[in-house]
Design a protein around this ligand. Sequence first.
Ligand code: SF4
Length: 312
Amino acid sequence: MKLLLHACCGPCSLEPTRLLKAAGHDITIYYANSNIHPAEEYEHRLATLRAWAADAGFEVLEGPYDPATWEACAGRIGDAAIAEIEQARAKAGVKGECAGEREGEIDGTNEASSNRCKTVTDTNHGASAPDGASLFASATGSVAPRAAVLSVDPARREARCRACYRLRLEETARVAAERGFEGIGTTLSVSPYQYTQVIREEVERAATQAGVAPVFEDFRPYYDEATRESRELGMYRQNFCGCRISDLEAAAERAERKEQRAAAKAAERAAHADERAAEEAARAAHKAERAAYDKKQARKRAILKALREQGK
Ligand code: SF4
């Protein structure tokens, strides 16, 4: 099949292209990733993909880079989820304003809700956080309260990612139909960190809408091999999914793991403190005993010496 394969990055393309090519598909890669933040990261991943694809013999087409559209759908959902947590924290359990978005509102058509969320979002991206919560910045400069980033309801995160997949896969399907491709697929399903079933649904939805065939495969069993191979090839391997919120999540999780390791070490030190004190006391007692013995011996020697001198 003449297949337009959406690719999120180089490392994730290695195994899906191998398998799809072996299955007889004629693959063109489509890099449609308006989710990636910042633009330098987008370019870096694209350059990595292009360099590998040139060697592997795959054509790479680039979609429009349109972060504003990503912000208007997935970004808005992600911000609203974080803001909701912050509001709940600040108001001691009172429900956040954006709770109405919980049920699958991912297309930005609910203007009233969208405006509410914008207000909530704006308050959350200012210079200070509600209730004195400490702000947390990732390496690329995204900022949010760390506790809120880590407490987002998994369903809200899934809704954000679904919107993100939808944006990219609809774009892929549209271009596929325009350019005479027979089907679309994606490399996203190689990652165990993605929502595989949601990707399947969005591939099928986008393909059906555009009148092309969906080619979905769960490539997760090949993730380890893709990791090994990409390392061997010296490819750039990013440590976050792509959007500014995933960057914050990854950085927050790393920071939390670091703190947990430090706390575990401190607890271990504290747990062995008595043991160490007992060892120290035993060492001191042994030293004192030795000093007393040495003193006694010195006294004995002095007496013997005096007796020897008297007998002369
Ligand atoms: S975590 Fe990944 S899939 Fe989810 S919204 Fe961010 S970039 Fe998109």
